[in-house]
Design a protein around this ligand. Structure first.
Ligand SMILES: NC(=O)c1ccc[n+]([C@@H]2O[C@H](COP(=O)([O-])OP(=O)(O)OC[C@H]3O[C@@H](n4cnc5c(N)ncnc54)[C@H](OP(=O)(O)O)[C@@H]3O)[C@@H](O)[C@H]2O)c1
Length: 324
């Protein structure tokens, strides 16, 4: 077994959608020394507990996929928790990873770091060029701070301590382990639930908010996990080729977007709903188009492997398994 496969790797947030996909992929690749704690065992907002954890475990690498995550409703209702929890989690993890000697860390951000009116597709250089979407500004500010934490530690300690902390910004993700909560889920899990319930209850139609015209991008979570491990495994020279010391994050997208109407039809197909799909144009649409420019990552050799129809089928199977 190679030395790389024996590295002690801490996956923060290993029971979340992304963290669990990273664990699956690391195991599939043959990594044997994975470390994790549940939220209950280790509250990452607790500085002392995080300090003790790192001092005791001394991992070699960290994937930081723990965060307080939610949709518009949750972000609007709990803005204080979104900014406090996320800043605390990432500050504690990044700082104590550094103090305990972690050389490689991957921070997961989000596409909401980009300005509301950023040019589409959004490139990495759109960061800090305009005002954020107000509904999730506290969350986005925390994520921007996370990128800047990694950058600042690299700039100050990169050479002296040999650290290399990187950041990836995923587009909308979906797949096994998603959150299907009524009020608090993203668009794909919400549609899966609605079409499934309509099928089971034999409803003739499903009405969806808005015109169905906005365009969005979606990436299957296992592709995201592969991207995380790919980025972590890049030689420093390669990573540095497409980033700069004060713009060190990389976008991770599918490389194309679809309308909500097309998405709804694809979800209906995956769930087996054969009734009518209607749109309610009286309800708000949100931003007309939102997708990421992932050319930098693609240039390094990463491409997604799972198309939407396949991904939705797998996501639906997971939904049935978990709720059935
Ligand atoms: N899902 C998406 O579409 C999407 C898109 C872009 C970026 N991302 C990013 O990807 C990362 C992971 O997201 P996800 O979708 O996997 O979220 P998730 O399913 O909600 O997972 C987050 C995990 O973090 C844990 N956690 C939260 N606060 C914690 C704390 N104080 N101490 C310890 N553990 C804590 C949660 O545990 P509990 O559930 O027990 O609290 C959960 O297991 C986040 O940084 C998110 O911003 C996600």
């Amino acid at each position: 077994m190679t030395i790389e496969l024996q590295q002690k790797i801490y996956i923060a947030g290993h029971r979340g959608m992304v963290g669990s996909a990273i664990v699956r992929e690391l195991k599939r690749k043959g990594y044997t020394n994975l470390v994790y704690r549940t939220h209950q065992e280790l509250d990452l907002t607790n500085q002392l507990a995080v300090q003790n954890f790192f001092a005791h475990e001394k991992p070699n690498q960290v994937y930081l996929a723990a965060a307080k995550v939610g949709g518009i409703y949750a972000n609007n209702t709990y803005p204080a928790e979104f900014i406090y929890d996320n800043l605390m989690v990432q500050n504690n993890v990044i700082h104590h990873a550094f103090l305990s000697g972690v050389k490689k860390l991957l921070f997961l951000g989000s596409s909401c770091i980009y300005p509301k009116l950023a040019l589409q597709p959004m490139g990495e250089d759109a960061l800090l060029t305009g005002k954020l979407e107000p509904t999730n500004e506290p969350y986005a500010i925390a994520k921007i701070a996370g990128i800047k934490m990694c950058e600042s530690y690299n700039r100050q300690y990169g050479k002296s301590h040999g650290i290399d902390y990187r950041s990836v910004m995923p587009t909308n993700l979906y797949g096994p382990g998603d959150n299907y909560h009524h009020e608090n889920s993203h668009v794909i899990p919400a549609l899966i639930r609605r079409f499934h319930e309509a099928k089971v209850n034999q409803n003739a139609e499903v009405v969806i908010w808005g015109t169905g015209m906005p365009r969005r991008e979606f990436l299957y979570v296992d592709d995201m996990a592969r991207a995380c491990i790919f980025v972590m495994g890049l030689a420093k020279k390669q990573y540095d080729q497409v980033t700069s010391p004060m713009q060190s994050h990389l976008n991770v997208g599918y490389g194309g977007d679809i309308t909500i109407n097309e998405l709804a039809r694809a979800v209906a197909k995956a769930t087996g709903f054969t009734g009518i799909i209607k749109f309610d144009p009286g309800k708000p649409d949100g931003t007309p188009r939102k997708w990421m420019n992932s050319a930098r990552l693609n240039q390094l050799g990463w491409e997604p492997q799972i198309d939407l129809a396949t991904g939705l089928q797998k996501a639906y199977e997971d939904f049935v398994e978990r709720t059935g």
